[in-house]
Design a protein around this ligand. Structure first.
Ligand code: ZN
Ligand code: ZN
Length: 363
């Protein structure tokens, strides 16, 4: 209930009576209810966190058993005629007059229905953004331990697949092998669609694995992550099968240097923008600035992409307990890409690198 209590305090500060939580990771973070949503229009339930009193989990028959087993301290209520129907009765019954909802994770269509309901009962609606996400930014030691386990398992999967990589295998075959191994080794599943991008496909940072066969000498970008006990890992390795050409090696070294400088810049008190700038400068000075077109990294936790960001726009100061990726890359059309991605946990003095895999570190 410590997480719920922190949220209640925020509601009190904002003079809100309750928050309706619809974002799946927020729902899990606060309640322990682990169900996922197939998509934003089909929910496995919502939380209603009142400023005072016991928090509620509203769900339907399909999730009743999980909800009652997992959401310790929550009152589980089952709706028969949809979430809003039950919600309306609760709001009226409890005299909730100022209701907040997650404006960044609420369908416009549903919001319209909620407005009708609120009007009928003279309830003031307040859309909020990122209230619970803010609580999720700093991870507890127990959360970092779970993330570390997810990172470790991800590396084991990578090592096994890497051993068997051969020219002639298709990107898609490699991706399937990775995702199968993740599940075989006990992951809840992949954290995102695995990227395997050989040769020129690697110039697209978010390439989709194709039937294209891997060739000796080209770069192969493998970006993979898994979910273990709800927490995500995210790692990119770029590998070369066979001989590595000198210019490829030079680009590798440059990206690795940028990653190293980025990691060395991370500490509590530095802003995401400062860290991004330190790493980006290395790539810019070598003349590849325009070929590194994305931010340096992002937070990871229950979601694979969450706060804080490491980019030019990240003015917020890093704090101990945040977990972030550091993933510089250089992408050259018609040639390919090199991206290296590790995860770190921010500490007061610096950071702890959560990865131990050292593929190609000896070049
Ligand atoms: Zn990644
Ligand atoms: Zn990433």
């Amino acid at each position: 209930m410590e997480r719920v209590d922190r949220l209640k305090k925020l509601l009190g500060n904002r003079k809100l009576d309750a928050l309706l939580v619809t974002q799946p990771q927020n729902r899990r973070y606060l309640s322990g209810f682990a169900a996922g949503d197939p998509n934003i229009s089909e929910s496995s339930g919502a939380l209603l966190i009142p400023r005072r009193g016991r928090p509620l989990l509203l769900t339907d028959f399909r999730y009743q058993l999980e909800a009652e087993a997992e959401a310790a301290g929550f009152e589980v209520l089952i709706y028969q005629r949809g979430l809003l129907d039950l919600l309306g009765k609760i709001l009226v019954g409890r005299g909730i007059k100022r209701l907040a909802f997650e404006g960044h994770y609420f369908l416009y269509r549903t919001a319209g229905k909620l407005e009708v309901l609120a009007k009928k009962h003279a309830i003031k609606l307040t859309p909020t953004t990122g209230l619970v996400e803010g609580l999720r930014l700093r991870k507890s030691p127990a959360e970092i331990e779970k993330i570390r386990a997810a990172v470790r398992l991800n590396e084991q999967v990578f090592q096994e697949v890497f051993r068997d990589l051969r020219p002639g295998m298709s990107e898609r075959q490699v991706a399937i092998r990775i995702e199968t191994l993740m599940r075989e080794k006990g992951a809840d599943g992949p954290a995102f669609e695995t990227i395997v991008a050989g040769g020129s496909n690697g110039a697209k940072p978010h390439a989709v694995p194709s039937g294209r066969a891997l060739r000796a000498g080209e770069t192969v970008v493998i970006d993979m992550g898994l979910v273990l006990d709800g927490y995500c890992s995210d790692m990119t390795r770029t590998v070369v099968l066979g001989e590595m050409a000198k210019n490829t090696r030079d680009i590798f070294r440059l990206v690795r240097k940028a990653q190293k400088i980025g990691i060395e810049t991370i500490r509590a008190g530095a802003t995401g923008a400062e860290v991004d700038r330190a790493a980006r400068r290395i790539i810019e000075q070598a003349g590849y600035g325009k070929r590194f077109g994305h931010g340096l990294g992002h937070g990871v936790g229950l979601a694979v992409h969450e706060g804080p960001g490491l980019s030019r726009r990240s003015k917020r100061k890093l704090k101990a307990g945040m977990v972030i990726t550091v993933e510089p890359g250089i992408y050259l059309p018609d040639w390919g890409g090199v991206r290296l991605e590790n995860m770190v946990a921010v500490t007061e003095q610096g950071c702890e690198v959560l990865n131990s895999d050292t593929t190609f570190l000896d070049m």
